[in-house]
Structures are given as C-alpha cells and as structure tokens.
Design a protein around this ligand. Structure first.
Ligand SMILES: NC(=O)C1=CN([C@@H]2O[C@H](COP(=O)(O)OP(=O)(O)OC[C@H]3O[C@@H](n4cnc5c(N)ncnc54)[C@H](O)[C@@H]3O)[C@@H](O)[C@H]2O)C=CC1
Ligand SMILES: CC(=O)C(=O)O
Ligand SMILES: [Mg+2]
Length: 599
C-alpha cells in the first residue's frame, strides 16, 4: 500500500505541470485554477491513453494521441488563419492558458514569427484594446484601495514559488502613453519572454499591474475600462504604496526578482529600492545595457574610434537617459574621462536641445547631460541640432514616429561613411524611421537597430538585415542570472555585464551581414551567456549567495545555467514518460491486488 500512495502522490505532483487536470480526478486533491500554467491536460492531445485513463480524462477529448509535430502543425495553421494581428494575439493567449508547454514549444521553435505577436509591436495594440479583448486574468491586479492590505491580497496568488515579477502601473506603455490597467499586456508579454528566452519556469512568473489611477481621460470614460476611474495618485501616495508592495513581495517570496516596467517616471523608485531588493528598471537599465551592447559592435564596424563619436539623442526620458548613461560607462571603460565621455552626448526633448540655460526647470535626470557649451543659442528642432553637432550616431527614444526624416537621414549619410542610426521607440508606429528609410537615404551604409522588428530589405540587388535593439536581448538573462546565483541586489556592474555579453555572441557570419545583435533565433543561448556575465559580476560585487558557483569554470557555469533553464520540449517529454510509467506501475499494483485495472 505504501508504494501505491507514493505512486499516486508522484502522479499528483507531476500532473500539477498539466495545470488543472487534477481538479477533475475524484482521487486527486483539488487545485486552484492556474491562469498562467493553464488547463492543458484537456487540450493536450499528445497525452498517452494509459495516462488519460489513470487521470480520469479518457474519453474527454479525441481518442488517438497526436505527435507534437501534428499538434504544432494544427496550431500554426489555426494561428495563421487569423485575419488580424489582434486575432493572433488572442489565439496565442488562449493557447498559453490551455496548454502552456505547447505554447512555449511553439514560441521557441518559431521565435521570429511568434515574438512580434506576443511582444512589440502587437502587444501595443493589445494594450490599447485590453478592455475590449479581455478574457483571462493571467496575472495579478492590485488597486490603490488595497493599500494597507497588500500582503493579504498577494496570498491569493496560487503559485507557491514565484521567482520573478514584472510590475507596471501602465503609465507609459511603450510609446503609447498612459494606458492604466490595460498595460497588463506588458508584464504578461515580458514574462512570456522570460520563459521563452531564458527558461524561467512559467509558474515562477508573476505578471503584476497596479491600478494607481490613470491620466487617460478616454479610458476613464470608457464603460468597458477595467480600472478605477480616478486620476493618477500623487508621487508621495505612489511611494507609500510601493514601499508596502515591495515589502509584501519579499515577505511572501524572499528571493523574488522584481522588474519595474513602463512607468512614466521610474527614476525615484529605482533610486529608492535598488539597494534593498533584487530589483531593476528595464527601461532605464535593460535598455541602457542592450543599446550599449549594440553600440560596441557599431563603433567597431564604423571604423571611427570611440573618442571621435558624437551622439544626438531624440528623447531624454527614462530610456534616453538610461542609454546615454550606460554608453558613458562604456566610453569610460575604453579609457575616456567621465567628463569627456559625457560631452559626446547631445540630448533633445520636446523643447529642443537640453541646455543648462534653456530657461525651463530641467527634470533631475536631464541635468547631468544638459549642455553648457551652446553659447546662449537654443536649438529647437532635431535638424538644427544635427547641423550643429554633426553626429556620428542618432538615437531615437522619443515616441515620435517618423522623426528621423529623409532629410536628416541623408545628412547622416553625407557626414559619415557608416552612420549609426537607432530608431528605438516602440511599437513600429512610433519608430523614428523604418529600416527601408534608413537604407534608402544612406545608400545602404547605415548601421541600424530598431526597437521593434523590421523585415530584411532589398536595395540595389543586395539584401540588408536590420538589428533589433530591444531590451529583450538582456532582461531575460539579467533575471535568470540574478535568480540562479540568488543575488541580493542587481548592481550596476551586473547591468553593465549583461550588455558586454552581447557582442561575444555575434558570429562572423552575423558580422558579415552588418548585424549588431545575434539573430533572435539564438536568443536562448544569448540569454544563457548574459546570465553567465551577470553571475560573474554579482560574484565580483559580492552580492551572490550561491557561493559554490564561484569555483566553476566559465564553461561549466554556462553549461549549468543551460541545464537549469526550463525547456518546454524536455518538460513535456519527461513528464509524459514519467506519468506513463507511473500509470503502468499502478495498474500492475492493482492487478496484483486483484483490483480491476482501468488500463
Ligand atoms: N528599444 C527598446 O528596448 C526600448 C524602447 N523604448 C521606447 O522609448 C520610447 C521612450 O521611452 P521612455 O524614455 O521610457 O519615455 P519617456 O516618457 O520617459 O521619455 C520620452 C522622451 O521623449 C521626449 N519627446 C516627446 N515628444 C518629443 C518631441 N516631439 N520631440 C523630441 N522629444 C520628444 C520627451 O520629452 C521625453 O524626454 C518609447 O517609445 C519606448 O517604447 C523604451 C525602452 C526600451
Ligand atoms: C521595449 C520596452 O521596454 C519599451 O518599449 O518600453
Ligand atoms: Mg518598457
């Protein structure tokens, strides 16, 4: 009997990976529904018959088990038959809910096709239309009214072992403005990439959206809007709420990594929590690191020494300042003084070139880069600044689609052999220029990366390949590295290391194509390398807690990281093998005891 109980427990435990399957078997303990891991057993047509019989799901779906290849073929056909991107987004959300391993198998097998549908650009449209398309929670929503009770609300989350959360208040979703609780698409999308790109277990992720009110009047008046109708809370109220939230998260999951995403003004929270929590801000730090990684390659390919570059940034917000700051660190690494490095940057915001004598009160985060050498002259437009600076690099983090006009691009092409052109705003509609515009207006010489994906472009008989300068190349690895070495905080050196890891992954073939980032299809290997660099930096800063990793060689450590990554293909195979063999064991035990076997 003892072995029978052990066997049953084994099946119950493993079948947890199949979501709510256990709910439907009378012998099994009832579990809560699992918004993020799905009820996939009912939809997983690959489950072998003996397992279905044991679990009490035999007869509940078509009789003959599929192979994964057939199942995938059917799913891709269903996906591709949807007429609109939003239809595809909804289909994929339902698939993730219904059969989480299948969703991640398909995502990892078809990164190039699926990523734009669950992340930028389509997630932008999904957030704009969230109130209309909403069907499933897929994460937690906290409200300002929960203040004083946040720890209790967090207890309602059904997963015991959350390793990472992405938290937003929806106040600056991509370049689309304040979308309030509709911003939930972003934590869900980012965490889907955590799982797909860096192998964080799906059930270890917690998408979290906080309703702190919204400045979006149209949403507040929309009867379908799912959030509160109040205006945004004050910065002081936000701070008090976040203090309580951070403490409550750490209390329930002491090792949790917390990623702040798409906040309108994220500098105060980063400053306040970075030393006491394993947290980082993706828009400031993740973007800084990923663009620094791309710039390292671009500087090499431009054949202009780092000290001779001049960068004009359109946009001086969290991403613009984060990126500029990170590249300053890189230039300093390359031997420049900090002051010289800082002087390589001209930041432009909605009022023009950021200068100390512009006459308005500059936000704190802009002061460091404000120019003092403009001799009293104020440059209002990007074109004027380009004429004044004669940059080698133009960077767009402004949310202004098309701001890099053909005239500006042509000037960049005339002034530089290899102009570095990075229109980084998301989604595609906000990109400062398209890949085609950059290629045509520089006669194919642009070194290019954009925030959202573009297709390769054929020009004068040659195919050009765009790079995607998106923080998705680093945040999954930053999170993975932090989790695996149990770092107590995410230091600046860990962020820097994540960007430094990227150029080490570019192959000669990719360099020949002038690519500044590895192909997205290799993102899992890239994330493992990023995690390796992050762990090494954590060790140097003495913030890691898994000290035995310090003794491993880089090669062994990278291999260990890969082994630790959730792989949806292996997950399904091993669970199925084990379930089948456990079911057979049980049948055998029953027949020895003279019970009628179901199998
Ligand atoms: N590629 C990537 O990985 C990332 C891209 N982004 C994108 O960067 C953009 C900006 O993000 P944040 O810096 O966080 O936003 P933000 O709101 O903090 O900053 C926006 C900046 O653009 C400036 N701006 C607005 N209108 C302008 C105009 N007409 N001319 C010149 N400047 C103007 C604002 O003054 C502000 O300095 C968004 O579209 C976002 O999607 C953000 C993070 C990562
Ligand atoms: C990519 C990203 O984090 C953003 O556009 O905000
Ligand atoms: Mg973001």
């Amino acid at each position: 009997m003892a072995s029978k109980t052990a066997t049953q427990n084994g099946i119950a435990q493993h079948s947890a990976n199949y979501g709510s399957i256990v709910t439907h078997h009378p012998k099994k303990q009832k579990t809560h529904s699992r918004p993020h891991t799905g009820a996939e057993a009912h939809y997983d047509t690959t489950i072998p018959k003996p397992v279905r019989k044991y679990l009490g799901t035999y007869g509940l779906f078509p009789p003959e088990p599929d192979t994964y290849e057939v199942q995938k073929k059917r799913c891709l056909a269903q996906l591709r038959s949807k007429q609109t991107n939003i239809g595809k987004f909804i289909y994929l959300s339902q698939l993730r809910h219904a059969n989480v391993h299948l969703f991640y198998r398909i995502l990892t097998d078809h990164f190039t096709e699926i990523t734009p549908l669950v992340y930028t650009p389509v997630v932008g449209e999904a957030c704009q239309r969230w109130s209309e398309i909403y069907m499933l929670p897929e994460g937690m929503y906290l409200s300002y009214l929960d203040k004083g009770n946040i720890a209790n609300v967090l207890k309602n989350w059904h997963q015991e072992h959350v390793e990472i959360t992405v938290v937003t208040d929806g106040s600056r979703i991509l370049g689309l403005g304040d979308l309030g609780v509709n911003g939930m698409g972003i934590p869900i999308g980012k965490l889907a990439l955590y799982t797909g790109c860096a192998g964080i277990r799906p059930e270890g992720t917690l998408p979290l959206t906080i309703d702190l009110g919204t400045s979006n009047k149209a949403f507040r008046e929309d009867p379908l809007y799912l959030g509160s109708r109040r205006d945004k809370v004050t910065p002081e109220e936000e701070k008090e709420f976040l203090d309580e939230l951070m403490e409550a998260l750490k209390e329930r999951w002491p090792d949790i990594v917390i990623q702040f995403e798409d906040w309108k003004n994220p500098f105060p929270s980063l400053q306040r929590y970075r030393n006491d929590y394993a947290m980082f801000n993706d828009d400031i730090q993740g973007t800084g690191a990923v663009i620094m990684g791309g710039i390292i390659g671009a500087v090499q390919q431009s054949d202009v020494a780092a000290k001779d570059h001049r960068a004009v940034f359109l946009g001086a917000g969290s991403a613009g300042v984060g990126v500029a700051q990170q590249i300053v660190d890189y230039f300093v690494h390359e031997g420049m003084s900090e002051d010289d490095a800082k002087r390589k940057f001209w930041l432009v915001d909605s009022k023009g070139l950021v200068t100390l004598d512009r006459g308005d009160k500059l936000a704190d985060h802009k002061v460091y880069f404000a120019r003092d050498d403009n001799e009293g002259q104020q440059y209002k437009s990007l074109e004027e600044v380009v004429d004044h600076v004669k940059p080698t690099i133009i960077m767009g983090l402004s949310t202004i689609g098309g701001a890099f006009t053909p005239e500006i691009l042509q000037k960049m092409g005339k002034m530089n052999d290899r102009p570095i052109i990075f229109p980084l705003s998301n989604p595609v509609s906000k990109s400062e220029c398209t890949f085609e515009e950059a290629i045509v207006n520089t006669d194919g010489r642009a070194l290019f990366a954009s925030g959202s994906p573009f297709y390769p472009y054929e020009y004068k008989g040659k195919t050009y390949h765009p790079g995607q300068g998106n923080n998705m190349y680093v945040f999954p690895g930053i999170g993975l590295g932090t989790i695996l070495c149990k770092a107590i905080k995410v230091t600046s050196n860990m962020i820097y290391a994540s960007g430094e890891a990227l150029p080490t992954m570019i192959t000669e073939e990719e360099k020949d194509l002038a690519l500044l980032y590895p192909q997205i299809t290799r993102i899992r290997d890239v994330s493992a390398r990023v995690a390796l660099y992050v762990i090494r930096a954590a060790q140097k800063d003495n913030v890691d807690r898994l000290h035995h990793l310090r003794d491993m060689s880089d090669e062994d450590l990278e291999e260990w990281i890969v082994e630790k990554m959730y792989d949806p293909h292996k997950a399904v195979e091993s669970i199925e093998d084990e379930l089948e063999s456990l079911a057979k064991d049980l049948a055998h035990t029953r027949s020895l005891q003279g019970e009628k076997s179901m199998l």
